[in-house]
Write a protein that binds this ligand. Structure first.
Ligand SMILES: [Zn+2]
Length: 375
């Protein structure tokens, strides 16, 4: 079990005590940076202006909610796809900063800010899961399949790969079907329940790696309930103030953002880490979208200096272009589209994909890890 934080708003703590090879590489880059440019240390610290940005985002988002509530379901869908998912992505970029305590350091201020984001996103506390997994698993264990949750479940990948090999035409249909389901409100919650059994039945393989243990830190249960209550309150407000189409727009925007049709979100994820490169583990994307997404593309800079807020990342890059020289040449749109064309090829490469353990993904994998004591 991960450690349970006892106080609301404490948030996750980045520990680099047992770093993966790729995390060590970023620590090494940080040392080189501080040696060559000692003035870069002054760029560390939070930026409270993220709070004003979140208030502006909420005002913009609710204005659009009010407007679409007077239109039709088709307009609601088109607005959610072309606009709503980007607004949620912008809030998600601020969520990333607050996960690292880069908007407010203090517990109460951070909690208030996170609740403001919850009002925009209505994630029903999923934002807390993200904060803890991102900081306690992704950063310190980057590139380590067993703990870096950004790597696709290897059993699921192997089943998909075998199905694609055996039935290439049907796989295209399934990819199309998955995109359609992910375009539905809450489709991202049901897609796996529909499609994974198809891969499982057709290949006779397990689609979940039950030996993988990615224990992250976790928020206290009461904090989770508070965030759920705020989400519910935001949806009730939208319903009573603007009507059910406003609620649909809210849910649809979040659903598209979180799913396989989340063009900018998935494009960003695909752009960030190759997965198996221990020398250059992280790429940056210096696209114009950084203007809308709070410099979230400056990812190499962020992993090297996770204490620098979004607003100062471009200065970090300008200070040490010889260190931050891993620019991704493809846009988020290109990354997303190529991934769809390649039947959702995994976004991260790793050793397990190259040398899979067939027993680990056999259909009847033991649920208890082999090395755990008998229960
Ligand atoms: Zn981060």
């Amino acid at each position: 079990m991960g450690a349970i934080q006892s106080r609301f708003g404490v948030g996750p703590e980045l520990s680099e005590r047992h770093p993966s090879a790729q995390c060590r590489r970023h620590i090494q880059m940080r040392r080189a940076l501080l040696e060559a440019h000692p003035e870069s240390a002054a760029l560390s610290g939070p930026d409270h202006r993220g709070a004003y940005a979140a208030i502006a985002l909420l005002a913009l988002h609710w204005t659009v909610c009010w407007w679409v509530a007077q239109t039709s379901i088709l307009v609601v869908f088109l607005t959610a796809f072309f606009f709503g998912q980007v607004v949620i992505h912008a809030a998600g970029a601020l969520l990333h900063d607050t996960a690292h305590r880069l908007v407010f350091r203090g517990r109460r201020a951070k909690l208030a800010f996170d609740l403001l984001l919850e009002t925009i996103m209505t994630s029903f506390s999923l934002q807390l899961t993200y904060q803890h997994e991102h900081v306690s698993l992704h950063h310190p264990y980057m590139g380590n399949y067993e703990r870096d949750y950004e790597h696709e479940d290897n059993c699921r990948l192997l089943a998909r790969r075998q199905f694609r090999h055996d039935h290439p035409g049907t796989e295209k249909l399934l990819v199309f079907g998955q995109l359609l389901v992910h375009l539905l409100p809450l489709g991202f919650l049901i897609a796996d329940r529909i499609f994974l059994p198809i891969y499982q039945r057709a290949t006779g393989r397990a689609v979940k790696d039950r030996l993988r243990r990615m224990d992250s830190t976790a928020p206290p249960p009461g904090e989770r309930r508070l965030f759920m209550a705020v989400s519910l309150a935001a949806l009730l407000f939208l319903f009573f103030a603007f009507g059910w189409l406003a609620v649909l727009y809210q849910v649809w925007s979040l659903s598209i953002f979180r799913g396989k049709a989340g063009v900018t979100n998935r494009g960003q994820s695909l752009s960030e880490h190759p997965g198996d490169d221990d020398i250059n583990p992280t790429r940056s994307n210096y696209t114009w979208l950084n203007w809308l997404l709070f410099n979230t593309g400056y990812h190499n800079e962020h992993h090297t200096c996770p204490t620098v807020a979004w607003s100062r990342l471009p200065r970090l890059k300008a200070l040490a272009p010889e260190i931050f020289n891993q620019a991704d040449g493809q846009s988020y749109f290109e990354r997303w589209w190529r991934n769809v064309r390649a039947d959702f090829r995994p976004s991260r490469r790793n050793q397990q994909q190259a040398e899979p353990d067939p027993a680990r993904c056999a259909k009847f994998t033991p649920i208890r890890p082999i090395n755990s004591p008998p229960g």
